[in-house]
Design a protein around this ligand. Structure first.
Ligand code: FE2
Length: 309
């Protein structure tokens, strides 16, 4: 598969209630690498194996939640083309100048009908992963600090108008629908999992009356063993765990859901099947969504449906 267009999730900016408590959590418990602070007080992090300057940014605010989610696109020409394609589709876009985020180029910002703010960008300074590009070792010392996921993998977002969101991602941004959960009446999609490459998903949306809500940002682990180790570290640090360790039926991924100190849910995730764009979408009926969420327990956890930030 030739990767063009939107390449991957790039960055999430998340609101926290107490900045320094959150810095401690994300740096020392989750084990992200702090890469900078800007004049507005935002703190920037990356996962140890990511090469770009930052993938997760926090700022202090009165309420938790997601400010925006950014996508890395192939190059500047792709950024301009997607901006034009979004406008032609009828979506208003805005240019955020280079440097507004540390070490990040110009961004194209737009709001989905679900109320979520999305961004596209083509440039972010490559700071590397601590491993040389010539004769690279399989991991660096940074892997030994905290849970230490290897990358920001995806987000699940809750909001209205999921059918319209699906059209924008599939008809304008080049994503394809990997899995879906039907509404109870079977006539629509209650939740959708979308991929822009060969990952099982890069973003997911669930229908929800309130716009712009964050269900979770997900961090990729290297193995099921590492997910279990993440659970140990969560317990050692009294991190409130929501679900798991267990395995999703949807995506087949192994998971723990837990909350940061501000009530933003995050996930430590491993695995998932590897789809191609020509694969047919897999469908879960709503009455079986318990298996889709938690395959061993077949349980539709109440918090999954109701707790967002
Ligand atoms: Fe997830």
């Amino acid at each position: 598969m030739a990767m063009t267009g939107v390449l991957r999730p790039g960055h999430a900016q998340v609101r926290v209630l107490d900045l320094e408590e959150s810095v401690h959590f994300y740096r020392d418990v989750l084990g992200l690498v702090e890469t900078g602070r800007d004049a507005t007080g935002r703190v920037y992090f990356k996962c140890w194996d990511e090469r770009d300057h930052s993938s997760y940014v926090i700022r202090q605010a009165d309420s938790a939640g997601l400010d925006f989610f950014g996508w890395r696109v192939l190059d500047k020409a792709t950024l301009d083309r997607l901006d034009a394609d979004l406008q032609a589709y009828g979506i208003k876009t805005e240019r955020i100048p280079a440097g507004e985020m540390l070490e990040t180029g110009e961004r194209v910002r737009f709001t989905l009908p679900s109320g979520h703010v999305m961004e596209l960008y083509a440039e972010k300074t490559k700071v590397g992963n601590g491993i040389p590009l010539v004769n690279p070792a399989p991991w660096s010392k940074a892997r030994d600090h905290g849970i230490a996921p290897i990358r920001l993998d995806h987000a699940l977002l809750y909001g209205p108008n999921v059918a319209e969101v699906q059209k924008i991602f599939t008809e304008v941004l080049g994503f394809y629908l990997v899995e879906r959960v039907l509404t109870p009446d079977g006539n629509g999609n209650a939740a959708i999992w979308l991929s822009c490459g060969q990952k099982v998903h890069d973003v997911a949306f669930a229908e929800y009356p309130e716009p712009g809500k964050l269900h979770h940002c997900s961090f990729l682990m290297e193995s099921w063993d590492q997910v279990l180790r993440a659970g140990d570290i969560m317990s050692m640090n009294t991190v409130p765990v929501d679900i798991g360790p267990t395995r999703h039926g949807v995506t087949r991924g192994c998971t723990i859901y837990a909350w940061d100190p501000s009530g933003n849910r995050f996930e430590t995730f491993f695995g998932g099947h590897l789809p191609y764009p020509d694969y047919e979408t897999m469908t879960w009926t709503f009455d079986n969504f318990g298996q889709g969420l938690d395959y061993p327990q077949r349980k539709l956890h109440e918090t999954f449906l109701t707790v967002v930030s």
